[in-house]
Design a protein around this ligand. Sequence first.
Ligand SMILES: Cc1cc2nc3c(=O)[nH]c(=O)nc-3n(C[C@H](O)[C@H](O)[C@H](O)COP(=O)(O)O)c2cc1C
Length: 123
Amino acid sequence: MLEVARHAPSGGFSQGFDFIAQPDKLQFGMDKEENWPVPFWTVDTSMAIMLILLASVNEGLGAWYFGITRGEHDVVRELGVPPSCTMLGVIALGYPSSEDKPRGSVFTIRRRPFEEMFHIGRW
Ligand SMILES: Cc1cc2nc3c(=O)[nH]c(=O)nc-3n(C[C@H](O)[C@H](O)[C@H](O)COP(=O)(O)O)c2cc1C
C-alpha cells in the first residue's frame, strides 16, 4: 500500500508528501475538526478527484488532472459556481491513441525513495 502511494500524482512531480505511521490519533487531538490544519473539503475533493481518475482509467479512458493558475475567476463565473466555492483544478478525459507512448515524470525527475517519504512513529 505504501509503495503505491509513492506513485500518487503531484504538481510538477514535486512529491511533497511525507507520511508518519502513528497509531494514536487521539493523543494529538486529531479527532476534532477545529484541530485540522487544512480544510476538510480540500482533502475531500482531492480524494474524489483521485477516484475519478482511477475510475476513468478503469473505463479505458485517459484521464489527467491539472491545476489552474490563471483565469480561474472567469471560469467559475462563466460556469455559475457560487462564490463560496474554490476551484481545485480541472479533470480532462479522452480516449488514448494507440500511438500514444506515455512516459512518466520519473524519466526526467527522480522519484523520492520509500525511506525518505515514510516515517515510523515520528519523523
Ligand atoms: C496539484 C497537481 C497539479 C498538477 N498540474 C499539472 C499541470 O498543470 N500540467 C500537467 O501536465 N500535469 C499536472 N499535474 C500532473 C503531474 O504533473 C503528474 O501527476 C506528476 O508529474 C506525476 O507524473 P506521472 O504521473 O507521469 O508519473 C498535476 C498534478 C497535481 C497533483
